[in-house]
Design a protein around this ligand. Structure first.
Ligand code: ATP
Ligand code: MG
Length: 275
């Protein structure tokens, strides 16, 4: 096996890791979804993970969020080490995510969907409305104010009162981004935020992802199939293939890595040509 490129930018090395994975193994029956995967994400960087279908990208996100427990290895959220991340603590660890398949409440407005992103972050948003009206009302007003600020930031004002199920797919994905951002997470996990989007929608979404990092300092893990988007948007890229990390470096380094070209970029290129 060829060595993994250890060509980390100086700035990323100096910054404190918001997230670190050490030697993660995960299998399902006979399938090795992840084999000895280590990864670090520095504060304020946009960190991409790419790889062919089934390479283990979503499994990695599911380990970071505690939906899956690794067979071996550990996950560091800042200074806290876990062998199995406690999913209910994610909000307090400053982590938010979007899902590969949309996970929105289609019968609620965009604004209410965004406010749902604060349910874990505030104590009483819905449940305590039943018992403590004063505090609950203040919290709800605060939640809606914060939601409106993110809605404005992501250019969703015009559709904020529409039911999410009536919106075009690209806008639904943007509402999901707003819901993940509203609690101002330290670390935002985006699992294929641009899948199924038109080229124009992808350009817009890329702009918003970068703006989130630049404006709020959010550290971002980006899982994305569109190589053009990944190379243009991220500071560092890790490449998975059959559950193993085969490269890790800047976009320029990864793009020229022969192992990556053979395992992934070459295939992606052939697929593009055949369409
Ligand atoms: N819950 C599960 N049960 C059984 N097998 C699983 C499960 N989750 C993932 N796998 C398997 O683990 C491997 C990695 O899957 P994963 O979804 O992480 O890949 P991926 O890189 O996200 O792929 P895609 O690009 O298609 O989203 C695949 O072989 C998949 O079938
Ligand atoms: Mg996936």
């Amino acid at each position: 096996m060829s060595p993994v490129a250890a060509l980390t930018p100086q700035t990323a090395q100096q910054a404190q890791a918001v997230l670190r994975l050490d030697g993660i193994d995960l299998s399902f029956g006979g399938v090795h979804a992840l084999s000895d995967v280590s990864l670090s994400i520095a504060a304020g960087e946009i960190r991409a993970v790419i790889g062919p279908n089934g390479a283990g990208k979503s499994s990695l996100v599911n380990i970071i969020t505690g939906l899956y427990k690794p067979d071996r290895g550990s996950v560091w959220h800042g200074a806290q080490q876990f062998s199995h991340v406690p999913t209910p603590k994610l909000a307090s660890l400053g982590v938010a995510r979007t899902f590969q398949n949309l996970a929105l409440f289609k019968g609620l407005s965009a604004r209410d969907n965004v406010a749902m992103g604060l349910v874990d972050a505030t104590r009483s948003l819905w449940v305590e409305q039943l018992v403590g009206w004063g505090r609950a009302r203040r919290e709800r007003q605060d939640a809606l104010q914060r939601s409106d600020a993110i809605i404005d930031f992501l250019g969703l004002n015009a559709i904020s009162h529409r039911l999410v199920g009536t919106l075009p797919y690209g806008l639904q994905k943007r509402v999901e981004l707003a819901r993940a951002l509203v609690a101002q997470p330290k670390l935002l996990l985006l699992d294929e935020p641009m899948a199924g989007m038109t080229a124009t929608e992808k350009v817009e979404m890329s702009r918003f992802v970068r703006a989130a990092r630049d404006t709020y300092g959010t550290t971002i893990l980006l899982i994305e199939h569109d190589i053009g988007v990944v190379l243009g948007l991220s500071d560092r890229v890790a490449v998975l293939d059959y559950g193993r990390k085969i490269a890790d470096g800047t976009p320029a380094e990864v793009k020229q890595d022969q192992v990556v070209i053979d395992a992934y970029l070459g295939v992606a290129h052939e697929e593009e040509e055949s369409h």
